[in-house]
Design a protein around this ligand. Structure first.
Ligand code: ADP
Length: 678
């Protein structure tokens, strides 16, 4: 059987196609993966390029911004002393924020504004009253231990119009009052001394000395609330640079205050001021160590903690801006804002040891790697760290492109799968059609061969005159007639089918009585089958005089085909039943047999061209698979349909249902032409 020989081919083809599709999909997947990887590194490269470009532009712009500042420092460094004071004070005001202009000249340090420098690297020796002015009182105090006498002496001396003498007398008066146990009086004297602010006592401003000693006494007396209040006040004044102090004095006082105020000593808010003072200190040390190193046009930079120092100098004088983060923000970063926004980057300025001095809008996102420009590379006072400000946006851009790519790949994969599926389906169909056609050719050849063989045999017998008996001759003529009719029907079936398939067939529909057609066809069929031993039970009474619009020849052929199948597929039963009935605007022509029956799933497919049903094992019934396809075409051209009811082993009933009308003799019905349905 050709169908069995070719059965493997579609499966092999399917496997081949599936294999090809799988290879294609794998290739697509690999390609996609590679593209994604490449896309990721391109995006990273783009971000990196952007940040690098921004870093270079930022460095160039900062350098540009510093030129003005350095020029001003250069101008100040060569001004006459009087002009310098005024100009430096004005310049420091213009700088605002947390910037401090300091001038080193000889052994002098000047600061503008002065209240921004907490302590000085060096101070001139203070002028105090000569010690022998107090020797009388001190003799009473130290040698005679006559504290009250000494107190009386110093109280009198405190009236002196020389405020240095007056201050010296007051501090000694308070000391003797303490020694005499008159603490209230001592406290009052310290308070009085605290109002004298233009004298020095033992190296400190007299008011500072008085307030510190008053705190000592309050501490000694255990008067804690008063001590805290005064210590706090002293702490505030100290950190707002009320006095010009050396570093040692400042540090000593802060440690004392910390002792009184505990850890709550508010050094924190003064962090920048402390950093400025420390920076001035180290700048001074460098100036002392290597004055030449501070000269030149490039200036010098010291960045430490939160402070930066920019300086320019001559042989005798150094002028520097010592500043905190505010100055950086206002004078260095603010002019860069537009640039930073345009490139979507954040900036950190760090000192030479990598400590952050200022940060602008940097991200905390983990994988954004900063681009670094060191001081050596840029010749700037800071190390620059530039980073993409919004890595999430970079990622989102990447994700959008990735989705597009993945979408495209999925679409391509779907197209590949769909393409393969449809190709396989089309090829399977083609193969099936080819197989059916070859089966059809074999079947048709066989259908022709059988009647042709008997025709030739009987014709030869008659032509050779070998049949002498008239009755035999008549019998052979009848056989020849049946064979010829059968061949004619076969040829007409094939020709009609071909024409209908091509859409050339024109049905000539004419109104006629259904009973007439059916009785003509059944009569012919009975004539044909009776000699072969078949019985046809015909019941036409139900049709009455129902009229149908019919092309007599083709409708007759359809009924014949059904009756022929009923006989063909009933090997064990020699009777078939034909029944015609009418009513409700329809005519039903049923052909029933008690043959092999048709399996339920096949009842839908057998109307397809070249389609043959499954036969019981061991049964051979020849056929072309065209009969029912033709019946279906013809009946549909008549506006009707074919119905099949069947059960395996019990037989089948095929019914043609056509629209009808009752006969109206007075009406003169008109013929109509209908094209074959596709
Ligand atoms: P053919 O008879 O040449 O094979 P048909 O188109 O006339 O082609 O019929 C298609 C198939 O339908 C047959 O191969 C057969 O399996 C099934 N068939 C048709 N009529 C009957 C019937 N009366 N009883 C059982 N099977 C039938």
């Amino acid at each position: 059987m050709p169908s069995r020989d070719g059965a493997g081919s579609p499966r092999q083809l399917l496997a081949l196609f599936l294999g090809t599709t799988l290879v294609l999909l794998t290739a697509l997947g690999w390609l996609g993966w590679q593209s994604l990887q490449q896309d990721r590194s391109i995006e990273a490269q783009l971000v990196n390029d952007r940040v690098n470009t921004a870093a270079d532009l930022i460095a160039a712009q900062i350098r540009q911004n510093l030129i003005d500042i350095e020029a001003e420092l250069g101008r100040l460094s060569v001004l006459p002393a009087d002009d310098l004071k005024r100009s430096a004070a004005n310049y420091s005001k213009a700088l605002g924020g947390d910037a401090l202009v300091v001038v080193f000249e000889g052994q002098r340090v000047l600061a503008y504004p002065a209240d921004r420098l907490l302590y000085y690297p060096t101070l001139p020796d203070p002028v105090e009253a000569p010690p022998d002015r107090f020797s009388v009182g001190e003799t009473l105090e130290l040698r005679d231990r006559d504290y009250r006498g000494a107190a009386a002496y110093f109280a009198k001396l405190a009236q002196s119009s020389d405020h240095e003498v007056s201050a010296g007398a007051l501090i000694r008066l308070a000391r003797n009052q303490r020694k005499a146990g008159d603490h209230e009086a001592a406290l009052a004297t310290y308070a009085r001394l605290a109002t004298v602010n233009d004298a020095y006592l033992f190296g400190w401003p007299s008011d500072l000395r008085a307030r510190k000693t008053r705190c000592d006494l309050l501490d000694q007396l255990g008067r804690r609330p008063e001590l805290l209040a005064e210590a706090r006040q002293l702490n505030d004044d100290l950190h707002s640079a009320k006095w010009m102090l050396t570093r040692a004095t400042f540090m000593y006082l802060t440690s004392e205050l910390r002792r009184w105020l505990g850890e709550s000593n508010p050094a924190g808010p003064h962090g920048v001021a402390l950093a400025l003072a420390a920076n001035v200190d180290s700048l001074w040390e460098r100036w002392q160590r290597d004055p030449a190193g501070m000269l030149g046009t490039q200036g010098s930079v010291v960045s430490r903690d939160q402070s930066t120092a920019l300086s320019r100098g001559t042989a005798n004088r150094v002028v520097a801006i010592v500043s905190g983060p505010l100055f950086l923000d206002h004078h260095v970063v603010a002019p860069l804002r537009e640039l930073l926004d345009r490139y979507g980057v954040g900036l950190t300025l760090a000192d030479g040891e990598g400590r952050t001095l200022f940060t602008h809008h940097t991200t905390t996102a983990g994988d954004a790697r900063p681009v670094m420009r060191t001081m050596d590379e840029t010749r700037l006072p800071w190390t620059l760290l530039v980073v993409s400000a919004d890595p999430a946006a970079d990622l989102a851009r990447m994700a959008a492109r990735r989705s597009l790519l993945i979408g495209g790949l999925v679409l391509m994969a779907l197209l590949a799968v769909a393409g393969s599926y449809f190709s396989v389906r089309a090829m399977t169909r083609e193969i099936k059609a080819a197989r059916l056609q070859s089966e059809f050719v074999a079947a048709v050849s066989h259908e022709f061969r059988t009647p042709l063989t008997s025709l030739r045999q009987f014709t030869d017998l008659l032509a050779d005159g070998r049949v002498s008996d008239e009755a035999d001759r008549q019998k052979y003529y009848a056989v020849l007639q049946r064979g010829t009719r059968r061949l004619t029907r076969l040829v007409e079936n094939l020709l009609d089918f071909g024409r209908m398939e091509a859409g050339f067939y024109r049905f000539m529909l004419e109104p006629m009585r259904a009973a007439d057609i059916l009785s003509r066809v059944t009569t012919e069929f009975v004539d044909e089958m009776t000699p072969r031993g078949y019985r046809v039970d015909v019941q036409l009474s139900g049709l009455h005089d129902a009229l149908i619009n019919a092309d007599e020849a083709t409708l007759g052929r359809a009924i014949w085909n059904l009756m022929d199948n009923a006989v063909k597929y009933s090997p064990d039963c020699r009777t078939i039943w034909v029944h015609g009935s009418g009513g409700d605007g329809a005519v039903t022509i049923s052909i029933r047999d008690q043959g092999i029956g048709i399996a339920a799933p096949e009842q839908r497919t057998i109307f397809g061209k070249f389609v043959r049903g499954t036969l019981p094992t061991g049964t051979t019934i020849k056929g072309t698979g065209l009969g029912l396809a033709l019946v279906d075409q013809i009946v549909r051209a008549h506006g009707g349909h074919v119905r099949v009811e069947s059960a395996i082993g019990e037989g089948s009933t095929f019914s043609i249902i056509l629209p009808s009308q009752r006969s109206q003799p007075e009406a003169s019905p008109q013929p109509t032409t209908v094209e074959a349905p596709s």
